[in-house]
Design a protein around this ligand. Sequence first.
Ligand code: ZN
Length: 260
Amino acid sequence: MGGDSFIKFLGTAGARFVVARQLRSSAGIFLKFQSKNIILDPGPGTLARCASSRPGIDASGLDAIILTHAHIDHSNDVNILIDAMTNGGINKKGVLFAPGECLNGENAVVLKYLRGFLEDILVLEENCEYSLGDVKFRTSVRLAHPVETYGIRFNLAGKNISFITDTNLFPGLAGSFANSDILVINIVRFKSKECPRIMHLSVPDVKELILAIKPKKVFLTHFGTTMLKAKPWKVAEELTEELGVNIKAASDGMKVDLEG
Ligand SMILES: [Zn+2]
């Protein structure tokens, strides 16, 4: 699958308590896809984790940043990463992909003075295709979350690698991720929620999604307190047994090679 392509989970924290106390790192996900270096959802600590990662990830070597939404645990380090990626604007380069809400309006998160440092800013909309050189991806339908957000589906040498980020379960969610070979799911909650305002996936939701999508491999991440208490690796083992699908819990610094 394109030589040394891999995914590295710099952080696996989700929800405010886990992020605020850094029970898990809240850094984003580093994607080395073919020749491109991409950061997905740079939460707090992403730049620091790039530097402390072994081997180190040189932020000036990034080609793109993808924000799925403006929430702070997904976007906090976007500005410092733009600055680092472009060497303070000296090397005008790199592409930012983000929903319109991250760029315009009262909750915009990208500082105006940094925008000109980038080679391009592309607005994410639902069910659209994007490319970054030889790396292609498409967005899902709009997810069910308090702010504008989309899942991301990469196609890498014929394999589909999908990210279901923050959302509630809703009809049409699984269909939007059909034919995923590798599926990364943000699972904040252990139990289904009593309160419909909590727009995050729980274990029962994830079971339903995996049974409908039938991916070859699943990685769980973005854990809230109840997931950490339940021990994500145990949850993953039990789900693997129950569903007959290879399911793993991500941990901070975990690298997933995408060979073959
Ligand atoms: Zn969110």
